[in-house]
Design a protein around this ligand. Structure first.
Ligand code: 5AD
Ligand code: SF4
Length: 487
C-alpha cells in the first residue's frame, strides 16, 4: 500500500456525525471527508465528474506545495485537468519573487472572469507567495471580486477546511496568516512524477537579502525534524521514487534551530543510507553558509548528484554588500575553487540579478568576470525587480532600463558561451542518466537527466521511465545532448 492509501484509510475512518477533531492532521481528514460528500452530490447533480485545474507558477517549493494541494483535490473527489476551460475549480499557486509573476496572475484572472461568466459555478482559488502581500489582497478585493477563496503560504495544510467554508459561503473567503510555527505532516500528496520527488526540509528564510521578498512572504526559518524527513523519504522510496530533491530557501543553514541541532551535511549522510534511493539533489545553497563538512559529504557520496546551485547574484563587492549577501567576490571565488578541487566533476549553476539599485556597467563587468572565472554550467539571469517592502525598493539610484538592458545582454552572452563550452567538454563521454519522459518533439526518443542536471535525448522505450541507464553523449547541441544507451 502506498502513502496515499494509508492516508485514505484514515480519512475514511472519520465520523462526520461528531464535531471536527481539534488536532491536525485529523481535523483536515474530517474536512476532506466532508468535502467529498459535497463534491459527490454536485457531481451526481451534473451527471459527470467534477474537474479541477491546479496551476503552479513558482519555484520548486511552490511546486511541492502544489502537489499537496492537488493531493487534497483528488482526495475530495476532483479529477485533475490541465485545461482551465473544462474545469469546475481553478487553483493558482502564485509566486511574487519578481513583479512579472504578479502581472501574469492579474492577466490570467481577467481570462478566468470571462470563463466564470459562461460557467457561474466555476470556483476560483488563489494561494501562495503573492497572496501574503497586503496590497495584492486589497487589489483583488477591489477589482477581482469573482475570486472565491484566497489563502497564503502558512496555512496550505488547511486547504480542505477552507474548501468546505468556500462551498458553504457565497462571499470571497480570505485567510492569510502572517507567521506560523506549525508544520503539519501526513496529508495527501499527488506527485507529478512517479520516480522523483521534492521534499521540504525547511520553510522560510532569515537572510533578508535586500532585494528579496521571500522572507516577508514565507516567514522565518523553520527546519523539519530529521526523523520526519527520513521517514518521508523512506516512504517515497517504497512508492518507487529513486531521486529526491531536498528543498529549502537556504539548505545550508538547515537544523540550526532544532531542539537537537544538526547540520545539513549530517542530514545528507543519513539520507544517503536509505536503501533503494539512488540520487539526492538539494536546492538552494547560500554561499555564506556552505561548510567544509558539506563539501566532504558531497565528495564522498555515491548518491549526491554532481550539481551545486550556488547563487552569486552579483560580482561587485559594493553591490554584494548593498544586497546584504554577506560575502565578497573573492570569498565566493575561493569557495568555488575549494569545491572544484574537492569534486572536479561538479557542475555549478547560479542566479544573477542585473540592475540592482546603484549598479553600473563596470559593476556588471565584475559579474561577468565571476562567470568567466567560475565557468558556470548554467546561470539564470534576472533583471532586478523592485519589490515593495524590501530595503532595496526605497534605495536611491534605481537603474534606468537602457543601462540594465545593456549590462544584461552582455552578461547573457558570456553566460551562454561559457555554458556551451562546458557542455562541449562532455561530448563523447558515457554517463548515467535517469530516464524522465518521452521527448516532446520526437516520441521515439526519451529524455534523461544526468547527475550534473544536463539533459540527453536517446532512443528508448517509455517503459524505461524511472530507470537509470548509461548513455553515450554522442553530440552536444549547446545546452543538451543526443546519444544512445550503452550496456
Ligand atoms: N528581482 C530580480 N530577481 C530576484 N530574485 C529574487 N528577488 C529578485 C528581485 N527582486 C532572483 C534571485 C534568486 C532567484 C530565485 O530570483 O536571483 O536567487
Ligand atoms: Fe518560490 Fe520565492 Fe516565488 Fe515563493 S516567491 S514561489 S518562495 S521563488
Amino acid at each position: 500500500m502506498g502513502y496515499n492509501d494509508d492516508i485514505k484509510m484514515l480519512i475514511d475512518a472519520q465520523d462526520l456525525t461528531l464535531p471536527p477533531p481539534e488536532r491536525e492532521p485529523q481535523r483536515q481528514y474530517y474536512f476532506i471527508k466532508k468535502c467529498r460528500e459535497i463534491v459527490k452530490k454536485k457531481s451526481e447533480e451534473l451527471g459527470r465528474p467534477l474537474y479541477a485545474c491546479s496551476v503552479c507558477m513558482g519555484c520548486q517549493m511552490n511546486a511541492r506545495d502544489s502537489e499537496k494541494l492537488s493531493g487534497i483535490l483528488v482526495q475530495v473527489g476532483y479529477t485533475l485537468t490541465e485545461s482551465e476551460e473544462d474545469a469546475d475549480l481553478v487553483l493558482y499557486n502564485t509566486c511574487t519573487v519578481r513583479d512579472n509573476a504578479n502581472q501574469r496572475v492579474y492577466g490570467r484572472l481577467g481570462y478566468l472572469n470571462s470563463l466564470k461568466k459562461k460557467n457561474p459555478h466555476l470556483r476560483i482559488i488563489l494561494c501562495g507567495c503573492m497572496m501574503q502581500e497586503a496590497s495584492v489582497i486589497e487589489k483583488i478585493r477591489r477589482s477581482y471580486r469573482f475570486v472565491d477563496l484566497i489563502f497564503g503560504t502558512h496555512n496550505i495544510f488547511k486547504f480542505a477546511q477552507l474548501l468546505c467554508t468556500m462551498y458553504e459561503n457565497q462571499e470571497m473567503i480570505v485567510d492569510i496568516w502572517q507567521e506560523t510555527d506549525q508544520i503539519v505532516e501526513e496529508l495527501p500528496v499527488q506527485r507529478k512524477y512517479a520516480y522523483k520527488s521534492g521534499i521540504n526540509i525547511m520553510f522560510g528564510c532569515n537572510n533578508f537579502c535586500s532585494y528579496c521578498i521571500v522572507p516577508y512572504v514565507r516567514g522565518r526559518e523553520r527546519s523539519r525534524e530529521p526523523k520526519e524527513i527520513l521517514r518521508e523519504i523512506e516512504r517515497l522510496v517504497e512508492d518507487g521514487v529513486v531521486e529526491i530533491m531536498l528543498l529549502g530557501q537556504n539548505v545550508n543553514s538547515y537544523g540550526k534551530n532544532l531542539e537537537e541541532p544538526i547540520t545539513f551535511a549530517a542530514l545528507l549522510r543519513e539520507v544517503e543510507k536509505i536503501e533503494g534511493l539512488k540520487r539526492i539533489r538539494f536546492m538552494t545553497s547560500h554561499p555564506k553558509d556552505l561548510s567544509d563538512e558539506l563539501i566532504e559529504v558531497m565528495r564522498d557520496s555515491r548518491k549526491i548528484c554532481r550539481h551545486l546551485h550556488l547563487p552569486v547574484q552579483a560580482g561587485s563587492d559594493r553591490i554584494l554588500q548593498a544586497m546584504n549577501r554577506r560575502y565578497t567576490k573573492e570569498q565566493y571565488l575561493s569557495l568555488v575553487q575549494k569545491i572544484k578541487t574537492a569534486i572536479p566533476d561538479i557542475a555549478i549553476t547560479t542566479d544573477i540579478i542585473v540592475g540592482f539599485p546603484g549598479e553600473t556597467l563596470p559593476d556588471v563587468e565584475e559579474t561577468i568576470d565571476v562567470v568567466k572565472k567560475v565557468q558556470y554550467d548554467n546561470a539564470f539571469t534576472f533583471i532586478y525587480s523592485k519589490r515593495t517592502g524590501t530595503p532595496a525598493a526605497s534605495m536611491e539610484d534605481q537603474v534606468p532600463e537602457e543601462v540594465v538592458r545593456e549590462g544584461f545582454d552582455k552578461l547573457l552572452k558570456v553566460v551562454q558561451d561559457t555554458a556551451r563550452e562546458r557542455a562541449a567538454l562532455l561530448q563523447g563521454k558515457v554517463m548515467e542518466a535517469l530516464v524522465e519522459e518521452v521527448n516532446e518533439q520526437d516520441p521515439s526518443l526519451m529524455t534523461g537527466r544526468l547527475s550534473n542536471n544536463m539533459l540527453v535525448h536517446f532512443p528508448a522505450s517509455e517503459s524505461m521511465i524511472g530507470k537509470l541507464v548509461n548513455v553515450s553523449l554522442d553530440t552536444c547541441h549547446g545546452f543538451y545532448y543526443t546519444g544512445h544507451i550503452v550496456d
